[in-house]
Write a protein that binds this ligand. Structure first.
Ligand SMILES: Cc1ncc(COP(=O)(O)O)c(C=O)c1O
Length: 398
């Protein structure tokens, strides 16, 4: 790449690329972008060494489910690899509508639109409805897809303290009552494992007439009757304006969705650029997500296994006196507070054959540097024996 004209002319973009500290540190510590060369169930292999995967969002352990594989293969054979177009144009197929109808019905919403990524779906859940004259009140710990949506909407944004209805109320009480307001929250916060204080937040939303957008990427499949998610868990589905999420967690697939009233979905289809200008969800991804939905509805054993696995894991973490930030879900952070401690703990887990993820400030609040772990229904007793041994070793290293 020596002939790049921009580089020879000292374009500042190249200076930035070549002198970036975050990239230098990331490459030095080699904690991210790992590539596994094989996988069987919860075991992954890298450079000839096997690890128990302890950070995947495959909460229900469905990624190898035979019904999902079969559905994906059939869809590929019948429909090919892609519809090569946006839904607005040539990309819509009967299988999109079938999934949308079933998912809306499952979640207790009127209508649904599916997207080729959860990130796109969750950004669209904001850009599809909010515009630059509106005010967005956002939980401080939202996922990046929602921040992108907020930014792209051009709306004014106020952040309130994480999962803190009283702070939200205080912010809203200073705002012009005539401004349109939207409240953006998650059902389960993926890094912290916290469940939204939905009843109290909804009370505030009602008081100020706010439009409520709930990203339930991590709640669906895990909470509520048959895994219908956080809104269902609290019996409040009929009071939520928009529920969005991803198929890459409990559905063990790819893609995402926005569910709302029919009017709202029709409006989003006219206004969200991410909905209008991005190719439709692929035949394989649609079929896999649809098969996963069927399994979530009809095979409660996966949730039961997840609960049993989670209680075994929690018992171990309690015994070792590890701080899990009061996680209430299968997403369980191990808060160690300092980058160095996180790094040594993580290295020790790797040494003993357990793969987890590091998350440090600014990705998490200062003092909350952590190892992000997540439990799956697919974890076996043998996995837990290994996890237990690795954790007992790792605590001696910090
Ligand atoms: C809360 C939340 N919303 C949206 C997304 C985006 O989903 P995807 O990774 O499937 O694009 C994620 C994924 O990390 C998430 O955690």
């Amino acid at each position: 790449m020596g002939k790049l004209f921009s580089k020879q002319k000292n374009n500042g973009i190249w200076n930035r690329i070549l002198s970036d500290d975050s990239t230098r540190l990331r490459l030095k510590y080699d904690a991210y972008y790992h590539i596994f060369d094989d996988q069987t169930g919860t075991r992954v292999t890298k450079d000839g060494k096997e690890y128990v995967m302890l950070s995947s969002n495959d909460y229900l352990g469905l990624s190898q489910h035979p019904k999902i594989k079969e559905a994906g293969i059939k869809a590929l054979q019948k429909w090919g690899s892609s519809t090569t177009g946006a839904r607005l144009a040539n990309g819509g197929r009967i299988f999109h509508r079938a999934l949308e109808e079933d998912l809306a019905d499952f979640l207790g919403m009127e209508a649904c639109h599916v997207f080729s990524a959860g990130y796109l779906a969750c950004a669209s859940a904001i850009t599809g409805f909010v515009d630059r004259n509106d005010l967005v009140c956002a939980d401080k710990n939202l996922h990046s897809s929602l921040w992108s949506g907020i930014k792209l909407s051009g709306a004014k944004c106020e952040r309130f303290a994480h999962n803190h209805p009283e702070h939200l109320r205080e912010i809203l009480s200073h705002e012009d009552p005539k401004t349109n307001k939207a409240l953006v929250i998650e059902g389960i916060y993926s890094m912290e494992g916290h469940i939204a204080r939905l009843p109290e937040l909804l009370e505030v939303a009602k008081e100020f007439g706010a439009f409520l957008i709930l990203d339930d990427a991590h709640g669906i499949g895990v909470l509520g009757d048959h895994g219908k998610g956080t809104a269902n868990h609290f019996g409040l589905t009929d009071q939520i304006d928009v529920i969005c999420g991803s198929f890459s967690k409990s559905f063990s697939g790819m893609g995402g969705f926005v569910c709302a009233s029919k009017d709202a979905i029709d409006y989003m289809r006219s206004h969200s650029k991410q909905t209008i200008f991005s190719a439709a969800l692929s035949p394989v991804s649609t079929a896999c997500a649809h098969a996963a939905l069927g399994i979530i509805r009809s095979e409660p054993e996966h949730r039961k296994k997840l609960e049993a696995n989670l209680s075994r894991y929690r018992k171990l973490l309690d015994e070792l006196n590890l701080d899990t930030w009061n996680s209430e879900s299968p997403a369980v952070p191990i808060v160690l507070g300092k980058k160095e401690k996180v790094y040594y703990f993580w290295k020790a887990l790797l040494e003993k054959g357990v793969y987890a993820i590091i998350s440090v400030a600014p990705g998490v609040p200062p003092g909350k540097d952590l190892i992000r772990t997540a439990i799956s229904a697919a974890h076996t007793e043998e996995d837990f024996d290994l996890i237990e041994e690795a954790f007992r070793y790792a605590v001696t290293k910090i």
